[in-house]
Design a protein around this ligand. Sequence first.
Ligand code: HEM
Ligand SMILES: [Ca+2]
Length: 326
Amino acid sequence: TISNATNEAEACIDGASITLTFGFYLNSCPEAEPIVFSWIEKAVSDDPRMAASLLRLHFHDCFVNARTLLFIYSLNLLLDDTPTFVGEKTAAPNANSLRGFEVIDAIKADLEYVCPQTVSCADILAIAARDSVVLSGGPGWEVQMGRKDSLSASKTAANNNIPGPNSNEPTLVANFQSVGLSLQDMVALSGAHTMGKARCSTFSARINGSNIANSPDINLEFLQSLQQLCSESDASTTLVDLDHMTPATFDNQYYFNLLSGEGLLGSDQALVTGNNLTRRVVGSYVDDMGIFFEDFKRAMLKMGSLTSGEGGEIRRNCRAINQDHS
Ligand code: HEM
Ligand SMILES: [Ca+2]
């Protein structure tokens, strides 16, 4: 098994450091970006939530690798568990929650046909995240590429590094800072919760029983509607929009919601309770959507570059390490 930290280091100790570049596939696979775009376009028109799910995949991919710093570059998320390999898909923040693997598989299969073993899965995720934002009404930006897919995955790292939905503001700031992302980056990237859904179980601490005392800033009508929605069936499967006003549009409505006590997750509402610095950034995004878009683009480029590092391969199938290595 290569599921523990020691083996990750061994697996990825060689290889030269690589920086990401714009136009990376211009010669080797000029069709790469248009092909990804047309798949995402179809996937999002079939299922608008898919845009959110693909954006989130890129976030998780970047975060886990950046934090472990041992086997960077990469795509650990898509690795399926095998009897001898424990990947990240079953780590607590990911289980029954991450979606979009089938879309990535389809894109990869298409690209393998057009340009065999050229475009990494991690780069596909980065393009897919950008296209998902664009197709939902958000800003576009040029994606830096040249990532490689990792030769390992870490369930422990996924459990430890992805921040939890009940995180308070100091924890969120510290968590992002530990991978080199600023407070402002953190507030901008949290704006991704302008689309997509969360399971009731991820915010039950905010709406249930005595815990309500922990959410003094929650809007009462909003609280009641959540209690209603979440009581209807199983909290681990019932889904609620992260932004109940414009759930499928990439806009700055998320920040308006925070100011009116309608942030869904504890970690959302935490951005306006207790800290003037994060609250001031939220205020600037409420005042001007253009500032949010600019900061979001810059933070996405920064977050996307966390995956650059050492070692790795161009996976042929995003769900498995190439056979020649294992
Ligand atoms: C700030 C810390 C963050 C926390 C604590 C957090 C937590 C969560 C949780 C608990 C969910 C719901 C998962 C479920 O119920 O299955 C979620 C969904 C989502 N997150 Fe975050 N997240 C954070 C940051 C981010 C970032 C940086 C991005 C992207 C740039 C992002 C994008 C999304 C999207 C788009 C969804 C909806 C996915 C879907 O509908 O499939 N999140 N997040
Ligand atoms: Ca929205």
